[in-house]
Structure formats: structure tokens, C-alpha cells
Ligand binder design. Sequence first.
Ligand SMILES: *Cc1c(COP(=O)(O)O)cnc(C)c1O
Length: 382
Amino acid sequence: MTQTIPPQPGIMEIALYEAGSSHVAGRSDALKLSSNENPFGPSPKAKEAVTRAIHSMHRYPPTDHAALREAIGEVHGLDPDRIICGVGSDEIIHFLCQAYAGPGTEVLFTEHGFLMYAISARAAGARPVQAPERDRTTDVDRLIAAATPATRLIFVANPNNPTGTMVGLAELDRLARAVPQAILVIDAAYAEYVGGGDQGGPGAHPDAAGEAPYDGGAALATDRPNVFMTRTFSKIYGLGGLRVGWGYGPREIIDVLNRIRGPFNLSGPALDGAVAAVRDRAHVDRSRSENARLRAWLAEALAAHGVPSDTSCANFVLARFAGPEIAEACDAALKDEGIIVRRVVAYGLPHCLRITIGDEASCRRVAHVIGRFMAGRSGQGA
Ligand SMILES: *Cc1c(COP(=O)(O)O)cnc(C)c1O
């Protein structure tokens, strides 16, 4: 006989996170374009480092992540003392909510923002609050309007998932200044994918007129007391399965987060793999430029089939259909061909499908199937 012991308020309101699916029944050759993974996989140097680290698995890993923080600091020109590493950036998001939000406080994010923000906010007992976007793009004025004295955290993914759109850093600076009672967290999981093509071309970010590549908000997090940046090894580094992310910001915030971080949160192989990955800039550059080229190609191919998308700054496009039934039917048509994309109903975009930019053959395959699907529909006079 078991007695039900109720969990803390908010926990049962959390909808279970549904990951992008990875299987199609009856097919072993499914093409997975549902989780924004790098089609080129990780750097060979990262694989070697992880393989080497396997031999020391009986040892506890370092607790201070010094080697990884140093490598990140060197590559990005940041002070390693202002960096914290986590089990994916998801864990950093969790730390932020646990440390700064709680009952009676609000956590603010955008209408089509990443699902983890609401999950972590509720887990901390805080109230998740959504601000409307404008044309599937972060709207700083609406975020400012939605902020209250109870707002403790504002999460803005820039570029955002699943929309692929982003705003300029001047806008984020304006947001941070307008809401000094809250920490603005710039989730820059896709920062490395910004630009990458011709300057000013598709995927260029709003600040692309200058020479400087997008820094994910690092300079703002250096200068402002209430700006924090999160990054990940799961996307361009191709290490989603290893679970490594990091955050950067004011020393005071890093000190707070380190108090709730488990001392051994990152495994030895994960730490060594991430160090090798961040130092392999050639792998990052190649992944970025291939993604930019194929992103532009796929967006154009889909548009030619009557499927528009917003200019994406990330490694996916959000394909837009005339209605939810059409998006669902197209998803089914893709599945029939063994192609898995991401439905984004939970993100308030039931008429859209998020498609990860794969390698060239994958992009051609997905465009071909969607083209045939759309042609079939117009053939029916639909
Ligand atoms: C994929 C993604 C992350 C990264 O999550 P990890 O926990 O680092 O794997 C963070 N934010 C957004 C918006 C993402 O899409």
C-alpha cells in the first residue's frame, strides 16, 4: 500500500519533454533531421580524446573543469574564471532557475522559446511567462512590457529554436537595461551557425554589416551585471550525446551557480572530448560554411515548392505550411520515405515543421519529398 506524497508545487504542471524522434517503424535507414545535430558528427580529435579518456574511467574527474574552461577562454577570448560548465546547457539553465527563481517569482521568455525554460522555471516553483513575438521573431518591446517586479530571469535564445530567427545585440542590450531586476540569459546554442555564408546573405545576423562575427552576447555578458550567456557542445561540435555546455557572465553569478553545481557533474571523457573539440577550429569552420551553403539551398528549394520559411541563422529551417493538417500530412509523407523532421506543435507552431540541415544528399532528399508532396496536393486542387 503506497501513499502518494505530493511533490513541490509546479512539478506536476511540467509537460514531459519530447525529444525529436529518431526511429521510423520498419526502417533501419531513417534519416534523422529532428534534433539539430551536426551531420558531420564530432571532430576526429574529440573522438580520439574520448577514446583515450576511457582508460581512466575508474578515476573521478576534476571538479573545477580547469582545462576545459581554459580552452574555452582561449578560443573565445574570455576569462576562464567567469565560465561554468554543465551537463549540456540544459543544466546551466536549470542552475539559473534553481538559484534565481522560485515561488512568487516569474521567468520570462518568448512565445516560441525553447521548452526547457518553462520546464526549469516550474521545477523551481516559479511562474513561466511568455511574451508574444512579432512574425516569429523576438520582440524586445513586448518582453519589456511583460516584465514585472517579480521577473528574475529572461531567457532569449538568439538565434531562437525552433524559429531560426534572431535580433541584434543592441536590442538585447536595451532589454537588459530596461529590466535591471532580472538576469537576461542569452542562449547562444546556435551562435556558431550565424552568418557563415556571404556577409549580408541568407543567415546573416542583424549586426552583420560590421566585420565582427556574432559573439553570442559574450561582450554584453562581460560588461553588464545582469547579462549571462549560455553555449553548448551539442550543436556545431556534434557532441549532443556527450552532454557538455557552458555559461559565461558576471563573477557573482558564476559564484552562485557553482554552489549548486554537483562537483562531478561532467565525466572525464566528456571533459577531454570537449577540450579537443573546442580547439579544432577547422572542424567548426567547415561545419559552419557547409551549413550556410545548404541552409540557403534548402530554403530556396522549399520556397520554389510553395513552402516558405523565415531567414534562418541556425542549422535548421522552419518550414511553414498553410495549416496544421498540411504540416501533419507532409510529416507523414516524409516518414513514409524514412525522413524524420520535428513537429513543433508544443512550440505553438502547429502549421510548421522544423527541418535540420543535413549533408547535401539529405537536403536534396528532403526537398524532393516535400516537392512531391506539394505537387500532389496542388494536383488534387487542394
Ligand atoms: C539544443 C539547444 C540547447 C542545447 O542543449 P544542451 O543541453 O546543451 O544539449 C540549448 N538551447 C537551445 C535553444 C537549443 O536548441
